[in-house]
Ligand binder design. Structure first.
Ligand code: HEM
Length: 203
């Protein structure tokens, strides 16, 4: 066997140097280790549910589109946590409720974001936490401007991917009565003033 040329040797050395630096960075601090485990776990959860169903996997009929309506927090949970008859999943973001049933691999049982099914996910999305879920109505008034910005960005993402089905009602708020024409119109999402808009108006 011939001796490695200096260039080959340098490349091998720099490769292994980079690898050991990378490994040391990943495992060097407990925080990095925890983050690494969390990333691997979430990626596993997301891509595991992407697997092609085998011949024995029953094909579920698609859930029919939902008639537009508003929801109290309780109704959101009852009708949209994925356990009701049709298995529909609803998620509220910034006061707007989206039918995310087609994202069942994310929000369905065992999915990485199943905690958001039938819930208001705004705070969790704003704070990048899957455990920040309120049982009571959350007006988000204590969120920082940067966190509210996150909420709006998520809201935009949801509106592009999923169907808007109605508003999340504040306590005591009356539901809107939607006509059938309105039901077909996807562009009629009403602007809902949240605390930040209200604050702006107050200035
Ligand atoms: C460890 C860090 C994380 C990793 C590696 C990760 C990874 C991913 C990936 C790869 C996707 C896209 C999947 C696809 O479109 O096929 C995704 C989507 C998403 N992630 Fe994460 N995620 C992480 C943390 C979080 C956290 C902490 C939250 C919320 C608090 C979150 C909420 C979401 C949501 C809502 C979606 C969109 C699902 C949809 O399209 O409906 N992620 N994540």
């Amino acid at each position: 066997m011939s001796e490695p040329t200096p260039t080959e040797e340098t490349m091998a050395n720099s490769d292994s140097g980079w690898m050991s630096w990378f490994t040391a960075e990943l495992t060097g601090s407990p925080v990095n280790c925890i983050l690494l485990v969390a990333i691997v776990y979430l990626l596993y959860k997301i891509f595991k549910s992407d697997e092609v169903p085998g011949p024995s996997t029953p094909i579920e009929p698609p859930v029919p589109p939902m008639k537009k309506r508003d929801f109290t927090l309780k109704e959101l949970k009852e009708l949209g946590d994925g356990t009701s008859g049709e298995g529909r999943i609803l998620v509220a973001v910034n006061g707007k409720v989206y039918d995310v049933t087609k994202g069942k691999r994310f929000y369905g049982p065992g999915g990485p974001y199943s905690c958001f099914a039938g819930r208001d996910a705004s705070r969790g999305l704003a704070t990048f936490s899957v455990s920040a879920i309120n049982e009571e109505y959350d007006d988000l008034s204590d969120l920082k401007p940067s966190e509210m910005e996150q909420v709006r960005e998520w809201e935009l993402q949801f509106s592009e991917k999923y169907t808007y089905v109605g508003k999340l009602l504040k306590p005591g708020e009356q539901p809107t009565s939607y006509s059938d024409e309105e039901d077909d119109d996807e562009d009629d999402i009403e602007e809902i003033p949240r605390h930040d808009d209200v604050n702006k108006k107050d200035l």
